[in-house]
Design a protein around this ligand. Structure first.
Ligand SMILES: Nc1ncnc2c1ncn2[C@@H]1O[C@H](COP(=O)(O)OP(=O)(O)O)[C@@H](O)[C@H]1O
Ligand SMILES: [Mg+2]
Length: 374
């Protein structure tokens, strides 16, 4: 087999679409001309709200579904016409999909037996993977005698033992409790680094999405709407959808008062703020109405001291929820409300109660200005 040319992406989707024909007259475009590529060894996360087309995209890559348009390439060669068994791209599912009538050993060995490998090789490979995933001692148990976390590790072992070229995960942690989610997430990242495999990981959970991957693809309504490093996407969302979905932003209609060489001045009711032009998705013009997003974690909240400077205002606390790592405030903000997230630095943070007056300071990086879409 010839080697792919240098610079060829490991996995590439070119304008891949999938339409589900529901009735003669009604069809759903679940995936709409999606293009992206993944480099060898990269960990890429695909995030988007429920129903946006994530699972459909994964199933087309694994070969369980045929695209209605476009091409899928692995190491530069089209695999679109190949069946799942010819691709070696296993998928780890949310519900584990273990075989209930097979014990742990046989569940893990299943794909190796299908490849007609010798018993010695199978025993060796299964033992290795059980060691790596802390499953030693469970080999003779059946899935219903395992905890959720163990079942998920068996599902992971069953995929990894096949030494796949690329591994797909479809919301693999959704059924686990919060502590196990964090542990299993770290485990997946460790295995990926250790075995140098390429991963495409689907989730709708933003904390999961931001923490592991090298790169993030954000999907909405069947399309990839932004891709980049997690930090770039968090700090520079390209659309209001991304600012909302990834950063839980506050949104306000504002008026552009003046446009300078580096900043644009905007009015939010009686408040005036400067927004860096780097944080605008278009070049604003004077008197234009635009949509301002404010990330709740970039706002400072403190005791009022009678002095109000630029980008500051006084508001009243309506609600304060303590989440352990932060205080999540809702405040009355002119004729609407604003959410502020204050990190809990132990012993160093005052908790304000409903009814308290507080001073908010808005920082330039908090703002993004978007064109209002008709
Ligand atoms: N087999 C199917 N037949 C018809 N519609 C489907 C089928 N599978 C998914 N869909 C629809 O396609 C869209 C995308 O679904 P899916 O890829 O499962 O989204 P996600 O994984 O992001 O939640 C949804 O509107 C869903 O209802
Ligand atoms: Mg899904």
């Amino acid at each position: 087999m010839s080697e792919p040319a240098a610079g060829t992406p490991f996995l590439e989707l070119r304008s891949v679409s999938k339409t589900y024909q529901l009735t003669k007259t009604h069809a759903i475009k679940a995936v709409d001309s999606v293009s992206f590529s993944i480099a060898e060894g990269e960990f890429v996360t695909l995030i988007g709200p429920s129903g946006c087309g994530k699972s459909t995209t994964l199933r087309m890559i694994a070969g369980f579904l045929k695209p209605t348009g476009g091409d899928i390439l692995l190491e530069g060669k089209s695999i679109t016409a190949l069946g799942p068994e010819q691709r070696n791209i296993p998928m780890v599912f949310q519900n584990y999909a273990l075989f209930p009538h097979l014990n742990v050993f046989e569940n893990i060995a299943y794909g190796l037996r299908a490849r007609k490998l010798s018993d010695d090789i199978i025993a060796h490979d299964v033992a290795m993977i059980c060691q790596m995933l802390n499953l030693v001692g469970t080999e003779n148990r059946f899935p219903d005698a395992l905890s959720d976390g163990q079942q998920q590790r068996v599902a992971l072992a069953r995929a990894l033992v096949l030494k796949p070229k690329i591994l797909l995960f479809d919301e693999p942690l959704s059924n686990l409790d919060a502590r196990l989610r964090i542990q299993t997430r770290a485990e997946i990242k460790r295995m990926q680094t250790l075995l140098k495999i390429t991963v495409l990981y689907v989730t709708h959970d933003q904390s999961e999405a931001l923490s592991i991957p090298d790169r993030l693809l954000v999907m909405n309504k069947g399309k990839i709407v932004q891709q980049g490093k997690p930090r770039e996407i968090y700090d520079f969302p390209s659309t209001p959808f991304v600012a909302d979905f990834i950063g839980n932003a506050n949104f306000y209609d504002v008026c552009v008062i003046s446009v300078g060489s580096a900043n644009v001045q905007i009015a939010l009711q009686d408040l005036e703020f400067d927004v860096s032009l780097d944080h605008c998705d278009h070049h604003p013009t004077k008197d234009e109405m635009a949509l301002l997003s404010i990330n709740p974690i970039t706002i400072t909240i403190e005791e009022p001291d009678g002095v109000l400077g630029k980008n500051q205002c006084v508001c009243m606390v309506e609600q304060c929820l303590f989440t352990g790592h932060a205080f999540s405030y809702t405040l009355a903000f002119r004729d609407t409300s604003i959410r502020v997230l204050q990190p809990n630095i132990q012993g160093a943070v005052t908790q304000f109660v409903p009814g308290a007056e507080v001073k908010l300071t808005f920082h330039a990086q908090a703002f993004h200005l978007f064109r209002i879409q008709e």
